[in-house]
Design a protein around this ligand. Sequence first.
Ligand code: NAD
Length: 496
Amino acid sequence: MMAAANVFQNRIGGSWQGAQNGQTFPNYNPATGELLGSFPLSTEADAHAAIAAARAAFEKWRLVPAPKRGEILYRVGELLTRHKEELARIMTQEMGKVLKETRGDVQEGIDMAYYMAGEGRRLFGYSVPVELPNKSGVALRDPVGVVACITPWNFPVAIPTWKMFPALIAGNTIVFKPASDTPHSALRLVELLYEAGLPEGVVNIVFGSGATVGEALISHPDISVISFTGSTESGRHVAMEAAKSLKRVSLEMGGKNAVIVLDDADLDLAVEGILWSAYGTTGQRCTACSRLIVQRDVQDALLGKLVPRIERLRLGNGLDEQVDVGPVINAQQLEQIHAYTEIGKGEGATLVIGGEMVRDGDLARGHFYRPTLFKNVRPGMRIEQEEIFGPTLSVIAVDSFEEAIAVNNNTKYGLSSAIYTQNINRVQRATRDLTTGIIYVNSGTTGAEIQFPFGGTRGTGNGHREAGIAGLDVFTEWKVVYTDYSGKLQKAQIDG
Ligand code: NAD
């Protein structure tokens, strides 16, 4: 919502409004440095107003029949489809990834809208036989209350929809705090929700920092659920803070994902998967492949095919359809990625390609980093263990299938793994022994579909999953109703 040219506002209850103290923060294009607009630098008071609006709306929204809530989500799906190109362009401009990827990001939101709209006529509970005569029992899903959705910048539409759509279909209301690097995508999503007919106050959006708005949400007694996606460091803090008031918390956090290439793999196929997983979204996906675990006897052949392809990746503004790799999100992230290049060199890994910021031509105005590959990386090195969140791939040579599995599993994260092999026995053993939440056989580490549970083990999550049926669990409370129609006192486990 534009109050004046490129000045955007919070949506609290039925109205658009600036921060109560009038402050704003700028939104920049990471490819060009251009100023795109300004958003409210909200305060604790703004967050509290949004919580109050969501709390008030909850009492009506929970009573709207779920199929009717579903009809609104269905219309959201239609609106997202109609505005797909517009949203993709907004997203590319504010966070850099190339258009074909931002279109895919919106498509995930469309898929989730239709999927959760359908849940409006399911939301399955269950009934099972009871042990006493003339009595019934049924287990139902109830909404939990007001949900805080706290999201990162790398999937600015998809991730919010993974949280908001299941929360809404179940009858919860929402305070949404998007990442400060991607406020415009978030705002357009909320505008479309209201255009689809969402009642006032059901979704509230408050822009601002994690330290102020985020903290105000996670510590407030009227927030019943926190659905957080972001770094493991922030997620741990959210969980600790929420524990004080026993809030329900779902965390989706970092990754250190690997592609394993065994000696019998189709190397050409593996090259395509590695390029897409390691350098797509400029390596800034939670599922990005940042480790390549390869059997030593095929390492040279694989790198012989892979490195020239990395060299040919075209860097540039993601709005240009010819570009393969966009900028990284901001100057701080650029510095961090480069710091890891220095760390890798210091640890004795061999820099094969990349390893530098782009300082020439038009690209000098943006935050560009050359796609980077290290070899001679050993298990335990920091570049092998820590999430870099950039276009940096570490190659680790191993001598056996067993060693590949062990190296894959030995990190503090556990989101996704991929394995390339033509051997059915190795496929079966790998799917049994890899300990990540998602496994890909003969494709890269990215490519989740919304009808399956999404999430990871160890430091990637706290046991919850988003998407699919499992995605409803965090937003619903089981309620069991026993009805005794015997007309007398019957005692379970005692009578009969
Ligand atoms: P981040 O942790 O810096 O921020 C995420 C969100 O949390 C932002 O909205 C931020 O403002 C908010 N936040 C920060 N501190 C907070 C606090 N103290 N209280 C409340 N909220 C706070 O993460 P980021 O840099 O935006 O995103 C990148 C990270 O997200 C990476 O680690 C990546 O792996 C992870 N990620 C995970 C998944 C997944 O599904 N597992 C998906 C995408 C991204």
